[in-house]
Design a protein around this ligand. Sequence first.
Ligand code: NI
Length: 170
Amino acid sequence: MAIRDLSYLGDPVLREEAAPVEAFDDELKALVRDLFDTMVHEEGAGLAAPQIGVSSRVFVVDVRHEVGPEGRVALVNPRLVEASDETEKSPEGCLSIPGVSEVVTRPYRATLEGFDPDGAPITVTGEGLFARALLHELDHLDGVLFLDHLSALKRRMVLRKYRKHQDREG
Ligand code: NI
């Protein structure tokens, strides 16, 4: 198993549009394994490839504690096919912006299509935290962070808190 270094806020890789995966090869399978290993190590509910410095359209999510076995998923080249009008407000954080969280409004339900690491097409529908995790990770592939969903005022507040947290961590 390989735990990879995380990319943090300010790293340009987090703001890039990640490139589609073109080969479902051993390199991709290793990337997916590393994403799972690193997510577990960091105690996150999801992790996208750009967060370990790889600008590739791949992410993993694990919300089994909320929804059971189907809550563990790796998606390659995902796209959003449906999102509910119904929304939910819930606190959200990001392993790339440690020490802070803020309430983000997201669709309550979302359906994504993509491929598993073997190249088989898959469709994933999540509700609540599962939908939130899927949409948060999908955002990462387009260079979008949860901060971008906040009002300018809230964003400044969160960034101030983040800098304080960084100073303490030294
Ligand atoms: Ni994140």
